[in-house]
Design a protein around this ligand. Structure first.
Ligand SMILES: C[S@@+](CC[C@H](N)C(=O)[O-])C[C@H]1O[C@@H](n2cnc3c(N)ncnc32)[C@H](O)[C@@H]1O
Length: 241
């Protein structure tokens, strides 16, 4: 397995024009192996093989780097609905100095990420097991982040309500979206304006060794989130704004 995965990792990194050092490569391979080995125990992902985990989760996460988002300029980031650490963990391995927060309502997934992060000595990583609807009202986390990211959490309208309360005014959020991104944007105009946000850019990036393309929707926040948002648990999903 190892030779082939190393070969594919190099190939994908080259396609994305990313250069990482050998210890970061080892960390990525460790993370990949941990997902594969612990998938059943922690109920992490539908992807079962090393190759599909590499392409569908890790390259998918890394494709954000090709947007040239200035990760070097941010201090605090949060991955909302991180699951098995996607996209947070692969990006955190490349930027270990960012104060990286992982939020998921599922205890097992958060436990898994704590094990991975301890092993990798990611000492600026923090793990939060809660619902975004509750934590978004906590004074410890509300409007505290430079950057938020979310992949496969919900529709754009719902994501905006769940995620943007965490970012500072003038902070940014990115949402990973597939081919239905235009329809999602058309349904999110209310959510954007009620949450004082704007859609700044849409950047399509093909995922290496896959036939999928990520559409990165970058959103910024121009004023504080009104105190009523996010609404009660389950409401952002059931009744999108
Ligand atoms: C489909 S998974 C996506 C996981 C990961 N981001 C990925 O792309 O592979 C959605 C994750 O969001 C978490 N989640 C769903 N609703 C949430 C909420 N309101 N607050 C916090 N986590 C939530 C779930 O537990 C699940 O792990």
């Amino acid at each position: 397995m190892d030779n082939r995965i190393h070969f594919l990792l190099e190939k994908g990194l080259k396609e994305l024009n990313i250069s990482i050092n050998s210890s970061q490569k080892d960390q990525i391979i460790y993370f990949l192996n941990m997902i594969e080995m612990n998938n059943r125990l922690f109920n992490l992902t539908g992807f079962k093989t090393h190759e599909s985990i590499l392409v569908e989760l890790i390259f998918d996460s890394f494709s954000l780097l090709k947007t040239n988002f200035p990760f070097n300029e941010i201090n605090t980031a949060i991955d909302v609905g991180t699951g098995a650490g996607i996209p947070g963990m692969p990006l955190n391995i490349l930027f270990p100095n960012i104060h990286f927060y992982y939020l998921d309502s599922n205890h097992k997934k958060i436990d898994f990420l704590k094990i991975v992060s301890n092993h990798l000595n990611l000492d600026q990583s923090f793990f939060l097991c809660d619902r975004a609807e509750s934590l978004g009202h906590s004074s410890l986390y509300r409007e505290k982040f430079d950057f938020a990211m979310t992949r496969a959490l919900s529709t754009l309208a719902t994501n905006i309500e769940l995620v943007t309360p965490f970012i500072k005014v003038k902070g940014r959020a990115v949402f990973f979206k597939g081919i239905s991104y235009q329809k999602e944007i058309s349904l999110a105009s209310n959510s954007l304006s009620l949450l004082n946000c704007q859609l700044d850019s849409i950047i399509p990036i093909p995922i290496p060794l896959s036939n999928r393309t990520n559409h990165f929707l970058f959103i910024s926040k121009s004023a504080s989130t009104p105190a009523i948002y996010p609404r009660r648990i389950g409401i952002p999903q059931k009744k999108p704004l």
